[in-house]
Design a binder for this molecule. Structure first.
Ligand code: MTE
Ligand code: MO
Length: 305
């Protein structure tokens, strides 16, 4: 079993320094009358290793922040680290709209105080065949969605990245349909593994990794984990997604990691962990089968790829 149970956790799972400092800031912010003091008082230690964290050793920060896919800043792996510095992440708002009781526009700094930040060490599997172990900081997407109150018509959630070609040079060329779009089924969006990440290695999220806020869906191929989100829409119909529009035969809506369903141009049976030489076997749902397989019971995963 790849994912630890709560029983595996001990009091020795200490709080990393960076997160401890962030927690103090968080509590200080809450105490300054931002309306969430009770939550801060009750907050579990954000640095305590989450029951959802993999016990595997995180990939070095240097690799996580210099080997990226973020086509808004170029298509080469080193482009985002070189070009994403131009992105202004303040002021920043996220519109939450559609089938919900309380639609609204959230300022990023309000969102950052919506829930205590947690550290989640997740496996990351890119559809291209490489993988990493990434220590995210963030909070469950379900925390935000619960607050806005999805209606019974909210069957899916659509996400959009910022569209700002002046700061995102990749958007000046039609490599993908801009803005980058992604989507989840509502049960996937509400799954406790689904994270809104706001940090990495105990610090603020670097621009190339999707600052100031990005999705992380660890049992799906990396492209589902949309970066630099400005719009979240609850809706009745399945959302249009950037990669599905660009190559529908290659990238489906579900895109669950599945070693038995190959990409039309390459096998998905193995992967290369960044920093390792030998390829390793890819595992069903990227190792998260126990938590997510029931959501797909009875579905033909070759058809719903
Ligand atoms: N807006 C946007 N989000 C995106 C992408 C992108 O090009 N644009 N690339 C995706 C892909 S293919 C992967 S593998 C992950 C990479 O995330 P990381 O650079 O933080 O590892 O981001 C995903 N989110
Ligand atoms: Mo990817």
């Amino acid at each position: 079993m790849l994912i630890r149970d709560a029983a595996d956790l001990t009091e020795n799972d200490v709080t990393p320094k960076g997160l401890y400092l962030r927690r103090r800031e968080f509590i200080a912010g809450a105490a300054l009358g931002l309306g969430l003091p009770a939550l801060a008082e009750a907050a579990p230690l954000p640095g305590r290793k989450s029951v959802y964290s993999t016990p595997e050793k995180p990939t070095p920060r240097e690799d996580i922040t210099t080997y990226n896919n973020y086509y808004e800043f170029g298509v080469d792996k080193d482009d985002p680290a070189r070009n994403a510095g131009s992105l202004k992440t303040r002021p920043w708002t996220v519109v939450v709209e559609g089938e919900c009781a309380k639609p609204g526009t959230y300022d990023i700094d309000t969102l950052l105080r919506l829930a205590p930040p947690e550290e989640r060490i997740y496996r990351h599997r890119c559809v291209e065949g490489w993988s990493m172990i990434i220590p995210w900081v963030g909070f469950p997407l379900s925390t935000l969605l619960s607050r806005v109150g999805p209606t019974s018509k909210a069957k899916y959630v659509a996400f959009e990245t910022l569209y700002r070609p002046a700061e995102m040079p990749g958007q000046r060329r039609a490599v993908l349909e801009w803005p980058y779009r992604e989507g989840l089924r509502i049960d996937e969006a509400m799954n406790p593994l689904t994270l809104l990440a706001t940090g990495l290695y105990g610090e603020t999220l670097p621009n190339q990794n999707g600052a100031p806020i990005r999705l992380v869906v660890p049992w799906k191929y990396g492209f589902k984990s949309i970066k630099s989100i400005v719009r979240i829409k609850l809706q009745a119909t399945q959302p249009r997604t950037a990669w599905n529009v660009s190559a529908p035969g290659e990238y489906g809506f579900y895109s669950n990691v599945n070693p038995e369903v190959d990409h039309p141009r390459w096998s998905q049976a193995t992967e290369r962990r960044i920093g390792e030489f030998k390829r390793r076997p890819t595992v069903m749902f990227n190792g998260y089968a126990r938590q997510v397989a029931p959501m797909y019971a009875g579905m033909d995963l070759r058809k719903y790829y």
